[in-house]
Design a protein around this ligand. Structure first.
Ligand SMILES: [Zn+2]
Ligand SMILES: [Zn+2]
Length: 646
């Protein structure tokens, strides 16, 4: 008998017996046996969730949901663990995050295994073994974070130590400072450093004892010139591997929707190619830079995913970073460290008219923007740009996003709320740089109001909370902890009044971030009809001591009913092994140094001074790193297709 859906529903409605295996509403999976935090205010807690065809078909009391159990339904017992909705990345950069993911952790104990040269060699071998396929593709074994002062041997590992790991594949290990590195013979060959190569200005090629042959250890510019040459050999295929690895790293922290928060067309093509190969397990949203290629954004922006990838809108960057004193403020910095003139307030990254005009373009073309603005003056400009565009094109449901918003005045919060701007804030700063902001950037009073989450909630507005990886590691639980406790590294609380509840902290990672992406109908809460994007946590975040929120573990990440990360799987956990916060610092520093090198080397020799280097370093901020990737990895010129397949 063939029934159309309507006649079947009529039969079901009149309670005619239907064999469970034939029932249209039999679930494929039912989760039960632990707290389920739905983030649905109408129904905040549930006992069970049923999934079918990648969507949630029932959520509620176990007795109700179990009615959907059929002969083939897979029952998953949470065994007391807690389920929450999949996390939606409010701002990060997955491609550089992938480089972060695909590197061995060589930090000294307790943050990593780097106690002596043997443990460093073993870690590199273990990492290679676990990532064989990747190493083959990128032809590089790279580790970050060793510190010779913490090694038993009290010296840098040299080419012989690294040749013992591999003679055929380039091996590069980066010092924790990001300013030095050690290479094996193959890597030295690749960059053509020989006994005849003179030391570059500002750097040293260390030599074998009693000879001129390089020993593998490169200092400062000798290393910074070498690193891009090695990465260039990794090439565009390497970028594809990094994009995939970044998405995978994010998923290991419970993210089921991730962001490339400052792309350019050639990188978008890389991500499209990864999607076309079926290698994204999470949804990826890219925001190319509006000052680089508007036409590309206009042609490609959309709300539907193709192969788990879509172009969400345009990225703008008004100023720099608060910890580097390049955020553009409305008043002088408190006590900036460095050679700053009296009254120094930072600066805008481009002429203000440019932002006003770009925002008008975005409104006219219905393009969503996400705008990096840290200082008060940067926020003033963003408010002016959005107010001006609103006056010309109407308010509409545009959901423009403020990224970072570190130093805001309370009147600016009012303006953003009035204009319907969604703040994607960075409370993680309270942990990493809270003490620094108190002592140097804004001073003790204003430091309390960095990333003013409390001011937004007080006004009944929403906010989201991000990691901006690779600036910080994409650790969702550290975000939650920082958003809730605002505890700094020294243990102080940075702005008790801005603290929010665990419930609000979770919403900032889920429903509110889904809203920011125009995806709240599909994502962000565990509700019937939404995608089965789910996370299983080791404990109930609303029940544990808030000070321990950062210790919660992601046990499993589920995208549309499919398990995409399970804690304990070797590869995924190798990526996460050890304390990656410090590792991240090493990579961030290296990229900053490479950026400085790029900036300086295009100047005539006589202009390549220490002051110019210092200025370039000050101009660098995390969001900018993506822009140098094509140059770093030798991407084909704009418009050229990135080869599909391997
Ligand atoms: Zn940024
Ligand atoms: Zn960013």
């Amino acid at each position: 008998m063939i029934m159309n859906r309507r006649s079947f529903m009529l039969l079901a409605g009149t309670a005619i017996f239907v064999h469970p295996a034939l029932a249209a509403d039999t679930a494929e999976i039912i989760y039960f046996g632990g707290p389920i935090i739905t983030i649905d205010d109408a129904n905040p807690r549930a006992e069970a969730v049923a999934v079918k065809g990648g969507r949630i078909v029932a959520v509620g009391p176990a007795a109700e949901v179990m009615k959907l159990k059929g002969a083939d339904t897979k029952l998953v017992d949470l065994a007391g663990k807690t389920m929450v909705p999949g996390f939606v990345d409010a701002h990060g950069h997955i491609i550089i995050g992938g480089i972060q993911a695909l590197s061995a952790n060589l930090l000294p104990p307790p943050d990593g295994p780097g106690a002596n040269i043997t443990t460093i060699q073993n870690t590199l071998r273990e990492w290679w073994e676990a990532n064989k396929e990747v190493v083959e593709k990128v032809n590089l074994i790279i580790g970050f974070g060793y510190d010779q002062s913490q090694l038993k041997e009290l010296r840098h590992p040299d080419r012989n130590d690294l040749d013992a790991v591999s003679k055929d594949i380039p091996v590069v290990i980066v010092h924790q400072s990001g300013h030095l590195g050690a290479l094996n013979s193959k890597a030295l060959e690749l960059i053509n450093y020989t006994a005849d190569t003179p030391d570059p200005v500002g750097g040293v090629i260390q030599r074998q004892p009693g000879g001129k042959e390089p020993n593998g250890v490169l200092e400062e510019t000798a290393f910074l010139v070498a690193a891009p040459k090695i990465l260039k050999d990794v090439g565009p295929n390497g970028l594809k591997v990094f994009a995939e690895a970044g998405a995978e790293l994010w998923s290991s922290f419970g993210y089921t929707t991730v962001q490339e928060g400052r792309a350019i067309p050639s990188l978008c093509k890389v991500m499209e190619a990864v999607g076309a190969e079926g290698k994204f397990k999470v949804d990826v949203v890219a925001y190319p830079d509006a000052l680089v290629d508007r036409d590309y954004i206009k042609e490609n922006a959309g709300t539907t995913y193709k192969n788990r990838y879509r172009l969400g809108g345009a990225k703008l960057s008004i100023d720099g970073s608060p910890q580097g004193f390049t955020a553009w403020r409305d008043r002088p910095y408190y006590a900036p460290v460095g050679n700053y003139p009296p009254g120094y307030v930072g600066y805008s990254a481009a002429p203000p008219e440019k932002f006003i005009e770009t925002m008008e373009w975005a409104f006219a073309n219905n393009i969503q923007t996400i705008t990096h603005a840290n200082g008060e003056a940067a926020s003033d400009l963003l408010i002016a740009a959005i107010a001006n565009a609103t006056a010309k094109h109407g308010k509409g449901d545009r959901r423009h996003v403020l990224i970072h918003g570190q130093f805001e005045r309370e009147d600016q919060v009012d303006s953003f709320v009035k204009l319907g701007v969604i703040p994607s804030l960075f409370p993680m700063h309270t942990y990493y740089w809270g003490d620094w902001h108190r002592e140097h950037t804004v001073g003790p009073g204003l430091a309390d109001n960095i990333s003013p989450t409390g001011w937004y909630l007080k006004r009944g507005a929403i906010f989201t909370s991000h990691h901006d990886a690779p600036v910080a590691f994409p650790n969702s639980m550290r975000i939650l902890d920082a958003t809730v406790t605002r505890r700094s590294r020294s243990g102080d609380i940075i702005g008790p009044a801005q603290r929010v509840s665990v419930d609000a902290g979770l919403k900032a990672l889920t429903l509110w971030a889904a809203y920011h992406h125009f995806e709240e109908n599909d994502k962000g809460s565990i509700e019937k009809g939404k995608l089965a994007d789910l996370v299983i946590l080791s404990d109930d975040p609303t029940a544990v001591d808030p000070e321990t929120l950062d210790q919660l573990e992601i046990v499993e990440t589920i995208k549309e009913g499919q398990s995409i990360y399970v804690r304990g799987k070797k590869k995924a956990d190798l990526i996460r092994k050890g304390n990656k916060d410090l590792l991240n610092t090493a990579m961030y520093e290296l990229f900053k140094q490479i950026y400085v090198q790029f900036e300086v080397e295009r100047l005539p020799q006589s202009y390549q001074t220490e002051d110019v280097r210092a200025q370039a370093a000050a101009n660098y901020e995390g969001c900018a790193a993506t822009l140098m990737l094509p140059r770093l990895f030798g991407l084909p010129p704009e418009g050229a297709e990135v080869a599909s397949g391997d």
